[in-house]
Design a binder for this molecule. Structure first.
Ligand code: PMP
Length: 313
């Protein structure tokens, strides 16, 4: 499957870096930068959706993303430079300045910016930046073919699995490339105990006997904001409870429906796993309903959930 193009245009992209708004091409990082060598950074992925009907750009759950970033930074002994409210204001300013009129991805990153050698977390200066880039679908939304990865999801005892830490993405990259190069669209991680964990950059849900099931936060999943959003939507809009429990690998094969979720992935149905068809091999009805609900909310078409959106213009 062709991967989406997500690079910003260097010459015309306004970014924020260490207290200033500047052009992407004006940010220069030294070769010795700590985070480059040791993966000592924390980042976020926030989407802003363009609505042609209302000529408006909506950032989705921006404050929640910065709250998670602040928590994750704490794990790596870093601090965000300004309070969450101000980070939201900077993001709005950047999106406006870039004059986006399409779906956009916002990528804030805080990292150990010192140019020194030495594996540690303490006594290092933080750098902080935000860039924005056009982004369509991160994965296909019409049905993904997946494999259970031969790589296991990193365990929280080795490095904090719940956090969006740059270095930990080597784990996802290994699994994703393995899946793509074997002809699949996406990987499904098992954790160290052999239970279903998540995708390379997505949380996972299954539907069995009409019930939604997803692994709990203690199964080495990343604590996804889309996951939390969908749990609320399933309960409020579909009148069902989401069961959070361990999932066995073989349950994947007999589930009626399986889907991934994430800021990038949105709600992405899985129609095949390890060469077994899921349900009838098409997007399941519950997944379809949830996908529509989610995308409607993101695009500003569900006023009931407008509190989750920040209009940019
Ligand atoms: N798991 C991993 C490993 C991820 O990178 C992501 C994307 N941030 C998710 C799950 C989904 O998280 P969210 O819904 O907050 O984007």
């Amino acid at each position: 499957m062709k991967q989406p193009y997500t690079a910003p245009t260097r010459e015309q992209s306004w970014v924020y870096f260490n207290g200033k708004v500047c052009q992407y091409q004006d940010v220069h990082l030294g070769l010795m930068t700590h985070a480059l060598h040791y993966g000592t950074g924390v980042f976020e992925g926030i989407r802003a959706y363009w609505s042609a009907e209302t000529s408006q750009l909506y950032a989705f759950r921006m404050a929640e993303h910065f709250k998670r970033m602040s928590d994750n930074a704490k794990i790596l002994r870093m601090k965000l430079p300004v309070p969450i409210e101000q980070l939201c204001e900077i993001t709005v300013e950047l999106l406006r300045k870039n004059a986006w009129q399409e779906d956009v991805y916002v990528r804030p990153i805080v990292f150990k910016g010192d140019e020194v050698i030495g594996v540690r977390l303490h006594d290092l200066k933080d750098s902080f930046g935000i860039y924005t880039a056009a982004m369509g679908n991160y994965v296909e939304l019409g049905g993904l073919r997946c494999m259970v990865s031969s790589w296991r999801r990193i365990d929280d005892n080795a490095a904090p699995a719940r956090a969006k830490i740059t270095g930990i993405y080597v784990n996802g990259a290994l699994a994703k490339s393995e899946a793509l190069e074997n002809g699949y669209d996406e990987a499904i991680f098992l954790n160290q105990d052999g239970h279903v964990c998540e995708g390379s950059a997505e949380n996972i849900f299954i539907v069995r006997d009409g019930a939604f099931i997803t692994p709990p936060e203690t199964e080495n999943i990343l604590e996804g904001i889309t996951r939390e959003t969908l749990i609320e939507l399933v309960e409020k809009e579909m009148g069902k409870k989401v069961v959070q429990r361990r999932i066995d690998r073989s349950e994947l094969y007999i589930a009626e429906e399986v889907f991934f979720c994430g800021t990038g992935a949105q709600v992405a149905p899985v129609v095949e796993i390890d060469r077994r068809m899921i349900g009838d091999g098409k997007t399941g009805p519950m997944t379809a309903q949830l996908q529509k609900l989610y995308l409607d909310i993101c695009k500003g078409a569900a006023p009931k959930y407008s509190a989750w959106l920040t209009p940019i213009y």
